[in-house]
Design a protein around this ligand. Sequence first.
Ligand code: ZN
Length: 433
Amino acid sequence: MEKTVTGTNVQVGDKMFSLIEELYPICRSITGEGVRKTLNILKKQFPLEVYEVPSGTEVFDWTVPKEWNINDAWIKDTKGNKIIDFQDSNLHVLNYSIPVDRKVTLDELKEHLHTLPEQPDLIPYRTSYYNERWGFCMKHATLESLDEGEYHAFIDSSLEEGSLTYGELYIEGETEEEILISCHVCHPSLCNDNLSGISVATQLAKDLLAGENRYSYRLLFIPGTIGSITWLSQNEEKLRNIKHGLVLSCVGDEGHVHWKKTRKENSEVDRAVARVLEESNDAFELLDFSPYGYDERQFSSPGIRLEVGCFMRSPWGTFPEYHTSADNLDFVHPESLEDSFNKISSVLQLLEDNRTYKNLNPKCEPQLGRRGLYSKTGGQSQQAVDHMAVLWVLNLSDGSNSLLDISERSNIPFNAIRVAADALKEVNLLKEM
Ligand code: ZN
C-alpha cells in the first residue's frame, strides 16, 4: 500500500471529519434503516458490498433479531408542550424501544426514563435489544423540572421481521493472506464511539484500493456483537486466511493511542503496533487482552482464534463523554482522526514490508565497499542506507528472523532496517524466505 499522508497535512483529517458530520444525524441501531442509510453513504466513496441476513437466522448461540425502525417520539406535558423530542436528538429514545402511545402519571413515566444524575445536562445512550420494553433518555435536569401530572408518551417505532444489514469490502492483494479491519456501525448520534471508526476505516479502504498490496484486506462495517457473530457464523471458511486484525473504535478524540493486545498478546500485529507507536515518539499505552470490549471479543473467542486487537485513542468507558450526548461533533477532531489514520497506515505498511531473508554470504561479513554499500543512497527509495542497519540485517538474516525481529533487537527504526534489506537484496546478498 502507498501512504498518502504525512506530517501536518490536515486534508485527510478534514475529509474524515466531513463524513462524520454527514453520518451524525442518522439514528442507527443493530438493525434497520439507519444502518442501511449509513452503508449507502459509504458506498458512494468505495465499492462496499451490503448484505442482509433475515431475522430469525441462527448464528452460533444467537438469533438475528427482529428489525427495528423509528419515525418519531416525544413526551408531552398536560399543556401539550413537548418536554423531549426525538427530532432534537435520537438519543432521547431507548434504542430498540417498542412503540407506545399512552397517557401516564409522572411516577409511571419515571419507570421508563433514563438519566445521568452525575452529569445532569447530558442525555445518556441506552439500548434494550433483547428485552422488549419502551423508554426514553433525557437530561437529569429536565427530569428534575417536571411537575406532577399526566404525561403523553409517544414512540412511533416498529419491531418486525426484517434483516440485519452489514457491509463488507474485500481487496485482493498478491497473496491470499488477509488483514481484517472491523468497525461497528450500530450507534446513533455518537461521534467518537463509533463514527470515528467508520470514517477512519473508510479512508483506509480508499487508500488501500488506490495502492498495490501484498496482503489482501477485508473491511467489515458491522453492528456490534450480533454483527460480528453473524458474520463469523456465515463466513467460517474465510477465517483461515486472516492473519492479522484490527478493530477500530474511539479514534477521533484528543487522547493518546491505546492498543488492546490480541488474545495471544505477542502476535505480529501486536508487535507491529508497538513498534510504530514507539517510533512515533508520541505518548501511547498497550493494554492487556481481556474478553470484554468491542468485536475483538468475538474474533478472539477460543473457537475462532483470530489475532485481532483493538486500536483506540481514549478507551471506551474511560472518558466522561462516553455513551452520552457529549460524544458529539465537538468531541472529535480532524487532527486526531488523521493521526489515527497515519498510525494505522504505518502499522499496515510495516506488516506489508515485514519479510524474512537469508544472507547469501553468511561466512564472515561480505565486502560492502566493493558493492557500493558504504554511505550509499539506497535503491529507488532515495533514503540513505544506515550502516549499522546493514550489519544487523546481514547478521540476523539466517532465515529465522523477520525484519521486525531485527528492528526490535537492534532498536533501529523499522524503515531503516527495511531500506538496508532492500539495498542488500539489490546486490544479491539477501534472498527472501
Ligand atoms: Zn458503544
